[in-house]
Design a protein around this ligand. Structure first.
Ligand SMILES: [Zn+2]
Ligand SMILES: [Zn+2]
Length: 362
C-alpha cells in the first residue's frame, strides 16, 4: 500500500493506487469507495491493537487490485509479529530506537504517514514529494519478490567503538582513489523494505540510480540528495572532493547498523551497502560528513620525496569532537551480546541518549 494512498485515490479512485515495478501507478481497474477508505485510514491511529491486522487487511481488499493484494498480503505476513506490537509506540512521542523496537518504529512511521496524524510537512517530505520525483523508472522486467533478505554485515574491527574507528580513519592519509574522487553521496530504499537504506556515492547520482534500477530490476526511491523544496539544502547538490573518504566515514559511523543482501533477487549479486536505520538519521550522517569535507580538512604535504594528503593540524585539534557519532542516536559499539534479536536487526545502543538527553525522532 503506497504511502501516498490518499493522494492517489483522491486523484483517481477507479484504479489500483499501487506503484508498479516500473515506478508508475498500476493500471488495473479497481473501484474504491473513497470515503470508506479515508475513514479506515483515519481510524488507524485509534483502533484497538487486536483489530489492527484486520483493518489493514480490509484496506488492502478495498483499495488494491488482485495482483497487488497478493503482494500486500505477503508483506503483511512478513510484518505480522511487528504489527501486533506497533500499538505500543503508535502514539507520539516516538521512543528512542533500540535493538528490540527498530522494525516497529519503522512500521509506526509508515502507519503515521498513511494514518496522516503525523506532522503534515514531515509526512509530505518523506513520503510523497521527493521520492516520487526522483524515481527513475526504466524498462524493468518483473521480479517476483519485493521483500529483500538481509543479514548482518560482518563488522570489522568490532572491538572498537565507532568514535575510535572514526578517529583512526580520519587520521589515515587519503588513498589515491580518495584523492581523485569527487561526487555525491546518495541514500535510497527499495519500496516495501521498511527501514533498509542503501547508502553509496557516485560522481553522477542520476546516472547511478538509473543503473541500479536496471541492474536490480526494482524501483527505488531516493531520500538524498533531495530535490524537494521541503527537505533539501542548497549544498546537497554540490559535488564534494574526496567523496570516497566521505563514504568510508559514513559507512564507519553506521558500521553497527550495516546489513548485507547476500543475493539480490534482481541481479543475483551481493549488495553490501545496506543499513538498517531511520532515513532521517542516514541523511543527517551523510550531510555531516559532506559538510565536514567541504571545509577542506586534508592538505597535501611532502614527506621526503613523496606527497601525502594528511589531516591538517587545525583539523587534528578538533579530532575528538569530529569523531563523535551523532548524538541523536549513539551507535556506540558491540555492547549487546544477549540483547540482540537473532535475526540481526538494529544493533544500536541508546547510551548517547542518556548522556545527552536528546531523543531520536522518527
Ligand atoms: Zn494494482
Ligand atoms: Zn541487485
Amino acid at each position: 500500500m503506497p504511502r501516498d494512498i490518499r493522494q492517489s485515490l483522491s486523484k483517481d479512485n477507479q484504479h489500483c493506487p499501487s506503484q508498479t515495478l516500473k515506478g508508475a501507478r498500476c493500471k488495473n481497474t479497481h473501484r474504491a469507495n473513497l470515503s470508506n477508505i479515508i475513514h479506515s485510514l483515519d481510524s488507524l491511529m485509534s483502533i484497538k491493537p487486536t483489530n489492527f491486522v484486520q483493518c489493514i487487511n480490509d484496506l488492502v481488499t478495498a483499495t488494491l487490485c488482485s495482483v497487488h493484494q497478493k503482494v500486500a498480503r505477503k508483506e503483511l505476513q512478513a510484518w505480522g509479529a511487528d504489527l501486533s506490537h506497533v500499538c505500543s509506540i503508535r502514539q507520539a512521542p516516538t521512543p528512542p530506537v533500540s535493538p528490540s523496537n527498530y522494525r516497529i518504529v519503522a512500521l509506526a512511521d509508515w502507519i503515521r504517514t498513511i494514518g496522516h496524524t503525523d506532522n503534515p510537512s514531515q509526512g509530505a517530505a518523506i513520503s510523497v514529494s521527493q521520492p516520487a520525483k526522483m524515481s527513475t523508472p526504466t524498462n524493468v522486467p518483473r521480479v517476483f519478490t519485493t521483500i529483500q533478505n538481509f543479514s548482518r554485515y560482518p563488522i570489522q574491527d568490532s572491538r572498537r567503538s565507532v568514535a575510535e574507528s572514526l578517529e583512526r580513519l580520519l587520521l589515515r592519509p587519503l588513498t589515491k582513489a580518495d584523492i581523485s574522487s569527487q561526487g555525491h553521496m546518495y541514500v535510497y530504499w527499495q519500496p516495501g523494505n521498511f527501514g533498509h537504506l542503501k547508502i553509496g556515492r557516485s560522481s553522477d547520482v542520476d546516472r547511478r540510480m538509473t543503473e541500479w534500477v536496471a541492474q536490480c530490476k526494482k524501483p527505488l526511491q531516493v531520500y538524498f540528495p533531495s530535490r524537494g523544496d521541503l527537505d533539501g539544502h542548497p549544498d546537497d547538490m554540490l559535488p564534494v572532493n574526496h567523496i570516497q573518504r566521505v563514504e568510508a566515514l559514513v559507512h564507519m559511523e553506521l558500521k553497527y547498523c550495516r546489513r548485507i543482501e547476500n543475493q539480490c533477487p534482481g541481479c543475483a549479486k551481493a549488495h553490501k551497502e545496506w543499513f538498517e536505520i531511520p532515513h532521517r538519521l542516514a541523511v543527517d550522517v551523510v550531510r555531516k560528513w559532506m559538510a565536514w569535507m567541504r571545509t577542506s580538512p586534508y592538505e597535501k604535504r611532502l614527506s621526503g620525496t613523496e606527497a601525502q594528503w594528511v589531516l591538517k593540524d587545525e583539523a587534528k585539534l578538533r579530532l575528538k569532537g569530529v569523531a563523535q557519532p551523532l548524538k541523536s542516536i549513539s551507535i556506540a559499539g558491540p555492547t549487546a551480546k544477549s540483547g540482540r534479536p537473532p535475526s540481526g536487526h538494529l544493533a544500536v545502543s541508546g547510551a548517547g541518549d542518556a548522556k545527552s538527553g536528546r531523543r531520536l525522532t522518527i
